[in-house]
Design a protein around this ligand. Structure first.
Ligand code: FES
Ligand SMILES: [Fe+2]
Length: 348
C-alpha cells in the first residue's frame, strides 16, 4: 500500500532543528534536510543537490539558504538556487523540491503531498501536552525496525502491555477490559475501562492506598497516518474520576521506509507535577518499555511477516484488535481516495 501523501507527518521535535545547523531524516522513502531561516522559521528541502547528487546536509547553512558542500550552489527555503559561484547565471534546472513545514506545540510537522492542499487548520493539537511544566513531561525518539502501522496497532491494542510490559504499565487489567471503539470524524477512539481492578505497577505506587482496587480508564485517540493521544485516568475505586491520577501521552509514528519508522513519544502527567524524581523515574520506565520491550517485538514481527501488508497474511483477529483494525481500514480508505483523485487529475 502506498503512503498517504496529503497529511501532516511529524518530522522531528522542533528543538532538534537548531539555528545554523541541519537535521536530515528519511521520511516516506525520501531524504529530507531541515534547517531554520534567520527568522527561525523552519524549512525543509529534498536532501539532494541537482548538480552531482550529493546530500545537501553535507553542506552548510548560509543565512536563509543551504550551500552545497561539494561545489557551492546555494538553495533557499523554496528550493530555488540563489547563488552560483561558478557563473553569473543560474541554470533553470538548479532547483530542489521544498516541503511545507510548520512548528506547533514543540513539533515540526511536514506536509508530504501537494503543497496547495496543506491545511494548517488540521495540524494535530498537542497543546495540552505542550502546556505541561518541564518537571511533568518527557519526550523520546526511537528509530524502529517496523512499518509505522505496526506501531499504531501496538498502541491501539493495549492488551499487549499485560504481556510485554507486565511489570510496569501492564498487569492484566487491559486483557480483562472489553474495549469500546468509536469513530469521531476522522478519528478512531478506543476506550479501555476496568473497574474494581488492580492498577499497573507503574501507577500503583502513586495511589493513596497502593494495592487497593481502582477504576482504570485509557482512551486512545488515533488520527491518520499514525498519530495517537492517550488519555489515562486511574482512580481509587469509589472516588470520582476527577480526583484520579491523570496522564496525557502522545505516540506518533512516521514512516522512514516500508519497514522502518520514526517513533516519537511524549509523556506528561497531571499529578505531582513539580516532582522531578517522579518525572525521571517515569521517563526511565517508559523508555525501557518502548526501546527494550516494544521495539524488539515489533522488529521481530516485521522480519517474520516479510511484508508491510498485514491483511494479506490473513491474521487471526481478537476483540482487542477492534480499534487497530478500524484505524487501518480508515487509513486504507484515505489512501485509496487519494490515489483515485490523483488518477482523475493525471491527463491521459
Ligand atoms: S554537487 Fe552540489 S554544487 Fe556540485
Ligand atoms: Fe508497548
Amino acid at each position: 500500500m502506498p503512503f498517504l501523501e496529503n497529511a501532516w507527518y511529524m518530522a522531528a521535535w522542533a528543538d532538534e532543528i537548531k539555528p545554523g545547523e541541519m537535521l536530515h531524516r528519511k521520511l516516506l522513502n525520501r531524504p529530507i534536510v531541515f534547517f531554520r531561516r534567520s527568522d527561525m522559521q523552519l524549512a525543509a528541502l529534498h536532501d539532494l543537490c541537482p548538480h552531482r547528487f550529493v546530500p545537501l546536509h553535507l553542506g552548510r547553512v548560509k543565512g536563509d539558504a543551504i550551500e552545497c558542500g561539494y561545489h557551492g550552489l546555494q538553495f533557499d527555503c523554496s528550493g530555488r538556487c540563489v547563488a552560483n559561484p561558478h557563473s553569473d547565471t543560474i541554470p533553470s534546472a538548479a532547483r530542489v523540491k521544498s516541503y511545507v513545514i510548520e512548528e506547533k506545540d514543540g513539533i515540526a510537522w511536514i506536509w508530504m503531498g501537494e503543497p496547495s492542499l496543506a491545511d494548517r487548520t488540521r495540524l494535530p493539537d498537542f497543546s495540552r501536552l505542550h502546556s505541561a511544566p518541564p518537571s511533568a513531561g518527557s519526550r523520546g525518539y526511537l528509530r524502529t525496525g517496523c512499518n509505522y502501522k505496526l506501531i499504531a496497532d501496538n498502541v491501539m491494542d493495549l492488551s499487549h502491555a499485560d504481556f510485554v510490559h507486565s511489570d510496569s504499565v501492564g498487569g492484566g487489567a487491559f486483557t480483562r477490559a472489553r474495549p469500546q471503539v468509536a469513530e469521531h470524524g476522522d478519528e478512531v477512539h478506543i476506550t479501555w475501562e476496568c473497574k474494581h481492578d488492580s492498577a499497573p505497577p507503574a501507577y500503583d505506587r502513586h495511589m493513596p492506598e497502593p494495592g487497593q482496587p481502582v477504576h482504570f480508564r485509557t482512551v486512545v485517540h488515533w488520527q491518520a497516518p499514525a498519530i495517537m493521544h492517550l488519555d489515562i485516568t486511574i482512580t481509587p475505586q469509589n472516588d470520582p474520576q476527577s480526583e484520579g491520577l491523570r496522564t496525557d501521552n502522545a505516540h506518533i509514528a512516521t514512516p522512514e521506509t516500508e519497514t522502518t519508522s520514526h517513533y516519537f513519544y511524549w509523556l506528561t502527567r497531571r499529578f505531582c507535577v513539580d516532582d522531578e524524581e517522579i518525572n525521571s523515574r517515569r521517563q526511565a520506565i517508559m523508555h525501557n518499555a518502548f526501546s527494550n520491550e516494544d521495539e524488539p517485538m515489533l522488529r521481530a514481527q516485521q522480519q517474520a511477516m516479510e511484508t508491510d501488508d498485514l491483511f494479506a497474511l490473513k491474521p487471526v483477529l481478537l476483540p482487542s484488535d477492534a480499534g487497530a483494525v478500524r484505524a487501518r481500514r480508515k487509513l486504507e480508505q484515505m489512501i485509496r481516495d487519494e490515489q483515485a483523485a490523483r488518477r482523475t487529475q493525471t491527463p491521459t
